[in-house]
Design a protein around this ligand. Structure first.
Ligand code: SF4
Length: 321
């Protein structure tokens, strides 16, 4: 059976698809810098990658690996590491760096916690990372749904450790407490950039709210590892990055990730600079000296990259091994 879409050429198809980022359409095109050789990655497509893709599709799940156009997808999916994005694929914020679709989201899927737990079992994951879109439209920002997903994964996969990468739950009193009570093993919330860049990069968010969120997790449950990530190359200065490191240490954050910002489309924030591998190394050395239990800083570092291995390293660091 042929569908109408099958009969259209690529240009016509594009015109029939809803615009991915309606709020960015009026932006002028930003210049695109040529990627340096240290950013290049292999195109995905190995049999193990295809198998992961099939399992994700069969369960109707959304992954941030695909939605964000992550450059590591070939490597991660080959090892069956996927980061699941819950609560739909439409985000209520409109960050200038992010490729996730924006607009008015669909109602929550009550079967999503169970489907996510089943997929974790099918992939045989020892450590799973769950993230979500922002759901400012929900009274609790989706906190109860996050908790339901954690409980469902744990019920079906009792030995799998769970890492969550959450929105900021801005103006959602009580939401954070609900998520923390579900006891994820790692609580990640990315600051993304330095405070001076928030108005242009993350206009819907507040730097000190995000920082306080991380600090509050530790106050509520000191056994949970906390983690945060930064993108560099957005025009920030080195001094600003070092200040953010200090802020994160004051908030008692355990694990810092730093990676190169890559521009999803010409309507997104421009890449102001490609930070060299040596500069990343220097950030890593400084962050370690500031007292983080773990630091990962490289051009292709992403919050969920090698998350399982990093979790094992975090546990060893806490145990003083
Ligand atoms: S780094 Fe994270 S988002 Fe990117 S492909 Fe790997 S698991 Fe997915």
């Amino acid at each position: 059976m042929k569908l109408v879409l099958d009969l259209l050429n690529n240009d016509q198809r594009r015109m029939t698809m809803p615009v991915r980022h309606p709020e960015k359409q009026a932006n002028s095109d930003t210049p695109v810098l040529r990627k340096p050789e240290w950013i290049r990655v292999k195109a995905p497509g190995s049999p193990a990658y295809m198998e992961t893709r099939k399992i994700v599709r069969e369960h109707g799940l959304v992954t941030v690996c695909e939605e964000a156009g992550c450059p590591n997808i070939g490597e991660c999916w080959e090892k069956k590491h996927a980061t699941f994005m819950i609560m739909g694929e439409i985000c209520t914020r409109a960050c200038a760096f992010c490729n996730v679709r924006t607009g008015l989201p669909q109602p929550l899927d009550p079967l999503e916690p169970q489907h996510t737990a089943e997929t974790v079992r099918k992939l045989g994951l020892l450590h799973v990372v769950i993230t979500s879109v922002d759901r400012d439209d929900l009274d609790d920002g989706g906190a109860a749904h996050f908790a339901a997903v954690i409980h469902a994964i744990r019920a079906l996969n009792p030995t799998t450790t769970i890492e969550i990468l959450t929105p900021d739950f801005l103006r959602k009193p009580g939401a954070l407490e609900v998520v923390v009570a579900a006891k994820p093993d790692v609580f990640n919330h990315n600051l993304e950039t330095v405070p001076g860049k928030y108005p242009t990069v993350r206009p819907g968010a507040r730097y000190f709210h995000s920082l306080r969120l991380l600090q509050r997790v530790k106050e509520l449950d000191a056994s949970i590892f906390t983690k945060s990530g930064l993108m560099v190359g957005l025009g920030e200065t080195r001094t600003e990055i070092l200040q953010v490191m200090d802020d994160l240490r004051v908030a008692d954050v355990d694990f810092l990730t730093i990676g190169q910002y890559l521009q999803p489309t010409r309507k997104h924030h421009e890449v102001v600079a490609f930070i060299t591998p040596d500069e990343f190394k220097s950030y890593e050395v400084i962050a370690n000296a500031k007292g983080f239990a773990l630091v990962s800083a490289s051009p292709l570092t992403r919050s969920s990259h090698h998350a399982g291995d990093d979790f094992a390293r975090l546990k060893r660091a806490r145990a003083g091994a």
